[in-house]
Design a protein around this ligand. Sequence first.
Ligand code: GDP
Length: 207
Amino acid sequence: MKIKSATFVKSSTKADQCPGGDLPEYAFIGRSNVGKSSLINMLTERKHLAKTSGRPGKTQLINHFLINDTWYLVDLPGYGYARASKKDKAAFQGLIRHYFANRRQLLCAFVLLDLRHEPQSVDLDFMAWLNGAGIPFCMVFTKADKLKQGAQERQAGQYLEQMREAGWVETPPHFITSSAHGVGKEEVLTYIEGVNQAFRESQKNNP
Ligand code: GDP
């Protein structure tokens, strides 16, 4: 997919403040510092569209960006910030659950995982929750440039293996990316384009 335009639309503190209309949307989420802003900037070919985090865990905002006037890229707040207070963690959970429960135009979530780290329970728990809630999602491994190619595959495989051991019959699609080296951009954008096309077809058939 060629990115012709990418513009910030609005920040919302609740799902019911998010933009109206029926445009399909894709949400990006992961632990603070996972590389979410860098990935969004890589995908959209804009250096500063998403602000790289200065104060992890502080911004509890849902940010909508309109891409090619046809779909929304949604930057959700980071989770699992160890030093966040109990109150902040509860507020985050409320915000996220409300968002996923209410955005019927959300077609897919992208869960970002730092490829250097062993599978973390906060991520596994979050993906299990998404699965239970029936939200389609993909896994996006970030910072691949920090590992050699063989280690990249091994590390991603370890994640998938652990999920299968935990009872996942089918693991979600996954992508290996590096914003530093521009890796994985076409794959993620092509996936989004495919889902958008399927969505348009389904709308034509069920107007
Ligand atoms: P966010 O908090 O999830 O939005 O993460 P940021 O995009 O702000 O990135 C957090 C840190 O990871 C920053 O220091 C980035 O420079 C670094 N980072 C992000 N993506 C990559 C990557 O692909 N490779 C490397 N080596 N570092 C990255």
